[in-house]
Structure formats: C-alpha cells, structure tokens
Write a protein that binds this ligand. Structure first.
Ligand SMILES: *Cc1c(COP(=O)(O)O)cnc(C)c1O
Length: 416
C-alpha cells in the first residue's frame, strides 16, 4: 500500500479508485491524468453562467486539444474557438461543425484565412490589414472584428492581451477606416469579440471589459453576436487555501448586463465567452517520478522526469502549481522543508517549483503536479529529443482510458 502526501487530491478524491503507482506502471512516467467528472463539471458551470437564453460557451481549444476531451466538451454543449487551421482540423475531427467554430485569427496568411472561409467558418480578424485581406478573399461575406477597448488584465505580462500595449485587436479610434473597408468589400459585420487576458480571479476587470465592448457595440447596427473572451481564473494555490473565482457573483452581474443590452439594442443578440483554462486546468494531475535527490551548496533539489518540455508554464510564466508526493513504501513522510523541484532538461531554467515546502522526497516517489490540464500538454515539446507523455482519462464509470499514446523514438524521426 502506498503513502500519499495529498493535501488537495486527498480531499477532492481526484484519483478516486485509481492509484498513481498503478497508472505510472501501466502508462509510463510522466503521465497526464484527467478526471472526466471534473472536466464535465467545469463545462456545466460555464454553460450555466447566466440565464440569458442566447449565451454560448466557445471552449478555447488551445488550452487543451485532446480529441477525447474535445468530444466531451461538445457533448456538454460547448462550441469551439480555433487559433489556427490545425485547431480547426482537430476540432472537425472531434465532430465540431463549421457553424460551431469561431476562427480567431492573428496575423495569418491568405492560405490560412482561406482555410476557414472555404469551410464556412466565421473568421474574426485582428487588424485592418487583415480585414482588407478578408474582403479580397470573401467579398460580400460576414466577418467578426476583434476589438481592443483599452482594458487588459492577466496573471503575467505575457498573457495580457488587451490594453494599450499589446499586438492584439483593433483600436476603436480606427473604426471610421474599418467601416470604410467593410463598405468597400460589401462585408457585413456579424460580430465583435475581445479577449483581455488570462487568469482573472475577481469579476471586476472582466465586467469592465464587457461594458467597454458593449458601449462600442451600440454604435453598430445588426450585430449577430458579441464575444467577451476568456481568462476565467482557477485557484492554483489550493494547498494554501486560495479561494475560487466567484462565478455566481460574476454570472449574476453579467446576466443583468446582457439582458439590459439586449433590451436597448432591440434584438435578441447572441453572447459568447471563451474559457480555456477554466474548463481544462483542474481536470488534470500531471504525474512524474523522482529520480534524484541532492544538495548543491546548501540548496536541496528534487530531480524529476518532468522537464519544461512536459510542462512549460513554470518556465515561461513563473507559474505556481501545487505539488503532492506519493510513495510506494511505508517510509513515512518527514517534516516539511523547502526544496527546488527540477526536471531533466539541460538548462538551468528547468525548474518546476522553487523553494517549495514539501516533505523530504526519495528516489522512486511520484510527484503529482496539480491543475496541469490547461497549457500543459498543449505547450509540450520534444526538446532535448524527449518523448511527450501519454494522456489517460479517469472515466466516470471508474475505468481508465488511454486518450493519447506516449511518443515513441520513431516519432522523433517521422519528419526526416
Ligand atoms: C487564449 C485565449 C482564450 C482562452 O484564455 P483562457 O485564459 O485560457 O481562458 C480565449 N480567447 C482568446 C482569443 C485566446 O487567445
């Protein structure tokens, strides 16, 4: 019987009947482990965010594009955002139809834009030059424009995508020029969208962005939809008791704003949101194995097989992920002290957690890295010619399903 130091999954019963050591011995280490019921619960929370009837949740697939999870999201009634032809391709493979996809393009080639147009997929353009391109490719068509109202928010400068210092979206001071381009190509403006940034934990900034976008929307007649973007945060510091985003509060305030707008706009317009992280992050624990424990000039290190090729967020954004320890032997866990948890990549930045307070780890222990379901596998790579891990799903019926196989060595030669 194994020993678990599991302040979070011990309580939320993430693994339920499954056992981390059995999962690793069957599917290898590291391993992305997903919990179906948590994933479905997050889809439903978003679907039920407001009472406004024409409200749609476009899952932002870049957070996690596993085919099985996409099919589940679709079963739960979510639509999909795509950021590239590759995402469109995978969404279609998961069963999404063209009317269920919104292509949020950014600096794309004509061929990429045509890929969406040919499929009858709604395109959101991100600049006036790309609106011109759309007009040339699809005169008389319907288009959506991504707007930057000047409101931005996010957990790190790299994910703030609204406000006055970002490459994204169209500055409203250029709207006269925009109207001229729409007119010259006989385009109709079907929608406005925005995405102010990623990982907000208080409703305030998001609602500020919503109101700013709606104020601009009032100046356009005949919009079919308005899309407020994603960024809904999850508590990454659960072990320290970080509270959840208050969705009930956000939802009731948003609902009032939507009903109000629809009344004055004089038409039952559709509204969309685009959560990525909120849907996928908490449904996953990334398992890895401790292979070395060492002390270097007074600093303790725990060496694992989870390099930044497997989970890039700590390296890119200095992100915090809670970490748990699971042990096969009966050796009890010792007192807690600070260690630096690192991976196996030949770079000094290959750090999962710095000065993290954990029980003393031993070789052979398994670490569980929590909330790894969003921007985890989807940002993984073969750097150092390492193999990307497998993904498994703990299903609601208690079975375990392999939902993506591990890379093989042959995969490393596939493109030569
Ligand atoms: C990344 C992204 C999202 C999703 O962001 P989350 O923080 O994961 O919710 C939504 N919309 C656009 C345009 C994005 O680029």
């Amino acid at each position: 019987m194994s020993h678990l130091w599991s302040p979070v999954t011990g309580k939320n019963r993430f693994f339920d009947a499954a056992e981390p050591f059995e999962l690793i011995s069957e599917f290898g280490s590291p391993l992305y482990v997903y919990n179906e019921s948590i994933f479905r619960a997050r889809c439903r929370e978003m679907r039920n965010l407001v009472s406004y009837p024409r409200f749609f949740v476009n899952y932002s697939v870049k957070a996690n594009s596993n085919l099985t999870l996409l099919r589940i999201a679709r079963e739960e009634g979510l639509l999909a955002d795509a950021m590239s032809p590759g995402e469109i391709f995978v969404e279609e493979a998961a069963g999404y139809t063209s009317d269920e996809i919104l292509y949020i393009s950014n600096n794309v080639s004509e061929a990429e834009m045509r890929y969406a147009i040919d499929r009858g997929i709604m395109v959101s353009v991100d600049s006036l030059s790309q609106l011109e391109m759309f007009g040339r490719l699809c005169p008389g068509g319907k288009v959506c424009v991504r707007v930057n109202t000047g409101v931005g928010a996010g957990h790190h400068a790299k994910v703030i995508t609204g406000g006055k210092k970002t490459k994204f979206a169209v500055d409203p001071s250029l709207f006269d020029d925009m109207r001229e381009i729409l007119r010259s190509h006989r385009l109709s403006l079907a929608g406005l969208n925005q995405h102010i940034g990623s990982l907000f934990m208080e409703p305030g900034k998001y609602l500020e962005g919503v109101s700013a976008l709606l104020a601009l929307a009032h100046t356009f007649e005949d919009l079919e939809f308005i899309d407020f973007g994603g960024g809904f945060g999850i508590p990454y510091e659960k072990a320290a008791g970080q509270p959840r985003l208050d969705l009930a509060d956000l939802g009731s305030k948003l609902d009032a704003i939507l009903h109000d707008f629809a009344r004055t706009y004089g038409k039952s317009i559709a509204f969309k949101v685009e959560p990525g992280r909120y849907i996928a992050a908490e449904s996953c624990v990334l398992l890895g194995t401790v292979h070395a424990v060492k002390e270097n000039y007074g600093h303790r290190y725990v060496g694992t097989d989870v390099g930044f090729n497997v989970l890039a967020r700590p390296m890119i954004y200095d992100s915090h992920h809670d970490i748990e320890l699971y042990r096969a032997s009966d050796t009890p866990f010792s007192d807690l002290y600070p260690v630096t948890v690192v991976g196996n990549i030949c770079e000094s930045g290959d750090i999962l957690a710095k000065d993290r307070v954990l029980p003393q780890a031993q070789e052979g222990d398994i670490i569980g890295i929590l909330d790894a379901g969003a921007y985890g596998y989807s940002m993984s790579s073969n750097y150092n010619n390492r193999l990307r891990p497998a993904e498994v799903l703990l299903r609601e019926d208690g079975t375990v399903k392999l939902i993506r196989r591990r890379d093989t060595l042959d995969d490393l030669l596939r493109n030569f």
